[in-house]
Design a protein around this ligand. Sequence first.
Ligand code: SF4
Length: 408
Amino acid sequence: MKIQRRKTTTVKIGDVPMGSEHPIVLQSMTNTPTADVDLTVAQTIELAKAGSELVRLTVNDFEAAAAIPAIVSQLEKKGFNVPIIGDFHYNGHILLTKYPDTARLLAKYRINPGNVGKGRTHDDNFATMIDVALKHDKPVRIGVNWGSLDQDLFTSMMDANAKLPEPKDFKGVVYDAMVKSALDSAAQAQALGMKKEKIVLSVKMSELQDMVHVYQLLAAQSDYVLHLGLTEAGGSLKGVASSSAALAILMQQGIGDTIRVSLTPEPGVSRDQEVKAGKAILQSMGLRYFMPSVTSCPGCGRTNSDKFVHLAKDVTEYIEAKMPEWKQRYVGVEQLNMAVMGCVVNGPGESKYADIGISLPGSSEKPSIPVYVDGKLFKNLKGDDVKDQFIAILENYIDKKYAPVNVA
Ligand code: SF4
């Protein structure tokens, strides 16, 4: 089944196009102090190497703003041209004006309409940021967050709601205010001369059902490019699980043109986990392919051997190690689908469904290890070097099936 994307405009962030005519873009954000150029460059490279197609940096003070040219220059010298996005809150109008090189070198500005000022100051500061973006021909993301929602707007909407014969509940007004803040700000930017093709919107909330609902409302009312993210998703398994669920619900409905998986960092764990999680979500939904997938069963009481567990792990690690080389050599290899299974119950079926599959014997089964290629029994493996034999079949299959990359 193919997911129908919601029709949107196209926005280019540096060289990366974003919108319904293009693959969903994966992005991430550093957590180093931006003013520390070396640390920030190192983490940006780590994220880019993991597959982040855009990297956002906080630009929160003079030192951070002043560091951007050195960061971009060092990245270029090291061969990384990943577009860098500046994340601005409170003082973006000052920083973008005071540091024109920074404004020129950033690929996009993130503006939070909830914290650019109040009343007339809000409009002036917002207009200043849009003017700088227009001058440098940059796109912007108008990123509304529940935690920093424009309080003047929200209070006035709560007051108006209270006077209705059938007022909405608190959450209902929050949803409406989030959407209104995003759409009003986009309209304000367009009134200042910005084209729709330069505007990305987001309306992040931290509770899954709220986030899904507010994006659905926004998607139904506009064709702006949408950046999806569950804010404050948490860390580790909880963050990955809740982000996956929230993003998957929306993307299944065709909503979302770029994603970021926000994970609370864990000590000693690389920041690139958020990129790896994003890739896994997109690939598991069939929206993008990054590397061959390995279907493996969870194991159960039908197998008392952990051979298939080790084989699944070894094959996955082999693929990860070989992928950079395969990508240079074979067109479409990332769509290869493999199966490593633990017994006869689902083993042959899953193995036949995959491009290549292997079904190890469960407890009290015949010690036969069939390998299936393109749905047909290819060979029964024997001996102590099953992993090596299987990998040789895999390499041979890839070489025959995938056309060489044209290097002309
Ligand atoms: S394939 Fe066999 S070992 Fe694996 S989970 Fe299913 S029944 Fe258990």
